[in-house]
Design a protein around this ligand. Structure first.
Ligand SMILES: NC(=O)C1=CN([C@@H]2O[C@H](COP(=O)(O)OP(=O)(O)OC[C@H]3O[C@@H](n4cnc5c(N)ncnc54)[C@H](OP(=O)(O)O)[C@@H]3O)[C@@H](O)[C@H]2O)C=CC1
Ligand SMILES: O=C(O)CCC(=O)C(=O)O
Length: 447
């Protein structure tokens, strides 16, 4: 589908003019505007009230210097970001990414997508995102701590439990959240749920670590059930070997599938017997090593340097690494190899051409905003527990996560059907996420 609505075309042209050299942000906006054409045509009040012009413009964005001292005593300087994109339905909420590729475009695309994702969860969370071009790879724990303390020294001026609640993303896990939380508490002298993904000893939620990967599989389980099938006996290709990939692999395996691939930015492993997750966890969570070590430790597995896993024969693909990691050629290879179901664990991992190829071939495609919303949903549940001064059991959180993911799937199906695009989960996720935000913005006047 092309962007043919003249109002939305104008909105997109303004985005291009205002945000030159920001390809990821423009890509994310284009996809949403494309999906919203039937909504804007059915609801003239959206144009009259400038909802689209406002929703593509962040409420606020910070960029700041992050100076820190490395283990050799040398001063290093990174750049920090936080975008507070939309607060119509709740305090800004979204992760922090530490990766050398982080820039304004990446943070804005992530913050924009976060708004719709958070809305789909039905929990009261607006959209935000942040991070830095700091590369955690190869850094000592002490260097990570000094960086996190410096980053939070600036960030703490802009966040708070009722304002903006960051969490993890690429390069930010339990260790980094601990250092960030400690520094926030020290500077602000308050003990609040200002971050999620916290450790269990200081206010974290059971099942937050597992939530994005588990939630992805609960969403896929619903996609499969809708088409009359299940994970049982299916072969799954997963990319990435970080938080999302590891727990997607765990849950898909528990649900009866065989996961045969995982990857990192250097290459991928193929294990025809099914990935041994204990080995992956030891390499990635304990030793912070490279995925190629898996092939050195597990007989029968193969490591391929410099490639992604999309040439592998599979029924289901779950891209769980990073944006634009699956292009049209990869999509065609998956289709040719019999893949029938794709759900995105990473944010925007499939290029627009790849999504079009999947949809044209009848592959049932679950977009990131919906499929990976389990992480932020469970962050929302962590915020609820912090407010209640209570901790729920693993089973209770997991059951709520499951029910939220099932509900998101049906929201997508219903929204797509309402606007004449049956079974198009991309349209459904964008429309379903958008309408609640738009209604809140309409109710709150021009702000
Ligand atoms: N954590 C969460 O709760 C959520 C995460 N997401 C999204 O899921 C994705 C993965 O996040 P998460 O698992 O938390 O991050 P992690 O840092 O735990 O893992 C990231 C994984 O992706 C790989 N990767 C990163 N950049 C690239 C690249 N340019 N090319 C190839 N591989 C790459 C990493 O490999 P290497 O180690 O070599 O860099 C690593 O295996 C991201 O898109 C994130 O935004 C979405 C919702 C929630
Ligand atoms: O848990 C959160 O607040 C954020 C998760 C996240 O960054 C994401 O959904 O992309």
């Amino acid at each position: 589908m092309a962007l043919t609505n003249s109002y939305l075309q104008g909105v997109y042209e303004t985005v291009q003019k205002r945000n030159p050299n920001e390809p990821e942000f423009q890509q994310a906006v284009y996809e949403v505007l494309e999906s919203l054409q039937p909504v804007v045509e059915a609801r003239p009040e959206l144009e009259k009230n400038g909802i689209m012009e406002r929703i593509v413009e962040p409420e606020r964005m910070f960029m700041f210097r992050v100076p820190w001292v490395d283990d050799q005593g040398k001063v290093q300087v990174n750049r920090g970001f936080r975008v507070q994109f939309n607060s119509a339905i709740g305090p800004y909420k979204g992760g922090l990414r530490l990766h050398p590729s982080v820039n304004a475009s990446v943070i804005k695309f992530l913050g924009f997508e976060q708004c719709f994702k958070n809305s789909l969860t039905t929990l009261p969370m607006g959209g935000g995102k942040g991070g830095s071009d700091f590369d955690p790879k190869g850094k000592s724990d002490a260097e990570i701590m000094r960086f996190c303390q410096s980053f939070m020294t600036e960030l703490c001026k802009h966040i708070g439990q009722f304002t903006d609640v960051p969490a993890g993303d690429i390069g930010v896990g339990g260790r980094e959240i601990g250092f960030l939380f400690g520094q926030y508490k020290r500077l602000r002298n308050e003990y609040t749920g200002v971050l999620t993904g916290k450790g269990l000893s200081y206010g974290g939620s059971l099942a937050r670590t597992e939530a994005t990967g588990y939630g992805l599989c609960y969403y896929m389980k619903e996609m499969l059930a809708y088409k009359g099938t299940s994970f049982e006996g299916k072969t799954v290709a997963i990319s990435g070997s970080g938080n999302v990939a590891i727990y997607a692999c765990q849950k898909a395996t528990q649900l009866g599938a065989k996961v045969v691939t995982m990857s990192d930015s250097n290459g991928f492993i193929y294990d025809p017997n099914g990935i041994n997750l204990d080995v992956v966890k030891d390499i990635k969570e304990v030793k912070r090593g490279r995925i190629k070590e898996y092939a050195e430790r597990v007989p029968g597995s193969v490591y391929t340097e410099g490639q992604r896993p999309w040439g592998t024969k599979c029924d289901i693909a779950l891209p769980c690494a990073t944006q634009n990691e699956l292009n049209e050629e990869n999509a065609k290879a998956l289709i040719a190899n019999g893949c029938k179901f794709v759900a995105e664990g990473a944010n925007m991992p499939s290029t627009p051409e790849a999504v079009a190829a999947f949809q044209a071939a009848g592959v049932f495609f679950g977009p990131a905003k919906a499929a990976n919303a389990g992480g932020v949903a469970t962050s929302g549940l962590e915020m609820s527990q912090n407010s209640l001064r209570l901790s729920w059991t693993f089973e209770e959180v997991d059951q709520r996560l499951h029910d939220i993911m099932v509900n998101i799937f049906h929201t997508c199906i219903t929204a797509a059907e309402k606007y004449g695009h049956k079974d198009n989960l991309v349209m459904g996720a964008n429309i379903g996420g958008f309408e609640k935000i738009a209604d809140a913005m309409l109710a709150q006047g021009v702000c």
